[in-house]
Design a protein around this ligand. Sequence first.
Ligand code: AMP
Length: 444
Amino acid sequence: MFTQFNLQAPLLKAIEKLGFNKPTPVQEQAIPAALDKQDIMVCAQTGSGKSAAFLLPMLQHLLTQTAPNSKTRALVLVPTRELARQLLKQCEALAKFSNIQVAAITGGQEFKFQAALFRKNPEIIIATPGRLLEHMGKNEGLMEDVEVLVLDEADRMLDMGFSEDVLNIAGQCSHPKRQTMLFSATLKQRGMKHIIDTVLNDPKNILVDDFKGEHDSIEQEVMLADDDKHKQRLLTWLLANKTYRQAIIFVNTKVKADSLYHFLGYHDINAAVLQGDMSQDERNHVMVRMQQKGIDVLVATDVAARGLDVKQIDLVVNFDMPRSGDDYVHRIGRTGRAGEQGVAVSLVDHTEWNLKCAIERYLRIEMTQKKAKGLEGQYKGPKKMKSNGKPVGKKPAKKKDNKKPANKKAGKKPTMGQKASNGKPASKPRLGDGSAPFKPKRGE
Ligand code: AMP
C-alpha cells in the first residue's frame, strides 16, 4: 500500500488516479531510503516502476520543504529524448494535484522556447545532458539550487558517451544538501564506479533482484534461422501465429529497420518504423500512434526505442540478436511491463549462436528453443558443444616452429587472467555486459 510511505495527500490522490494499487518491489525498497534523504544507487530494469520510485520521494520533498526563492530544485538526467518525454508525462501525472511545475529540456527543440521554459522557473527539470549543458553555459548558476539530482538509466548515459557531461552537470549542482539517486540496469559497467564515487555520497545500494527473477513475466524463446531471408519467413509466421496485441521487432541497423518495415508493409502488416535517422517530430508521431494502438507492429533500432512504454506490447522479436546482454534486457523489457505477460523471441543464425550463449550465461537464463512447423531450416545449432554452449571448433593447426622455448615454463601458454610475456591478457575475456568477444561492430 502506498499509504505506508506517509506521502502527501496530492500524491496519494494521483497514485490512486493512475491505478497503482501497491508499490512494485523497486518502489518498496527505494522510496523509504529516498524519503530518508539518503543517496541511493538502484539496480533496476526499465518496466519495474523505477520512475515513480524516484519521482514520488522527489515530489514529497518539494511539497514538504518549501524554498520559494529557489531556481530549479530537482533535476532528472536521462539518456534520450523519448525517455525524457515519458518521464515528463509520468511526473506531470503524479504532480497533477499539486502546484509543482515540470519541464523537459532535450535536443530537437528550439533553444529559445526552452529558455522561456526556464524563465517560468519550474521546480523540476527532466533533461538530456547535452542540451542542458548548452543552457547552463549561457546561464551561470542555473542548477545551483538543485536539491535532488537523479541519474536515470545511468548505464545508457555512459553507453552514449555522456559520462563527462554528467560529471560536469553534477559538479554544478552545488547545493550543500543535495540528494543524489542513480538508477541503472547494471552497476557493473565500465565508468560507472567513477560516476558513483564522484557524484554520490555514501550511497545505499539497492539491488531489487537479479535479471533472472526480473523477467519472470516474459517467456524467452529462440528460433534457429539460416539467414535473413529465412528470418523474414519466420517473422511473418510468428506474426500470423502468435497471439499479441502489439509487437516490436528489433534490428541492429537503420538500413535493416527500413527494409524490414517495407517487407512487412508488402505483406499487409500494419507496421511502422522507429530509427535514429528520423526527425524528432516523426519519432513522436510514431510513438503516439503506437500508444493509441494505431500500429500493430513496430520495427525499431535500440536507441530509437528507448523510453517506449506501451502496455499493449506483448511480443518482442529480436530479428537481429542484440549486441550485449544489457541491450537484450532493455529490449525484452519493452514487454511484460507492470505485471503484464509477454513473449520475447530471438531469431538466431549461425553467426549469432555464440552471442546468444554469452547472453544466456550473463543473465543466467535459458531461452526455450521453438520451431515453426514446415519452416525449419538447415541450421540446427552447433553439432558438438562445450559446457559453455559454444561450438567445439577444430583446433588451429600447430605452427611449425623448430625453435624450442628456452625452458618449459617460458613456452607454456598463459592461462586466463595471467598476463602473457608481452603484457597482454592471456585470452580475451567475455565482456562485462554479456557481449560475445567476437561481435562485429555495426552502426545503429
Ligand atoms: P517504469 O519502469 O518507471 O518505466 O514503469 C513502467 C510502467 O509501470 C509505467 O507504465 C508505470 O506507469 C507503471 N507503474 C509504475 N508503478 C506502478 C505500480 N505501483 N502499479 C502499477 N503500475 C505501475
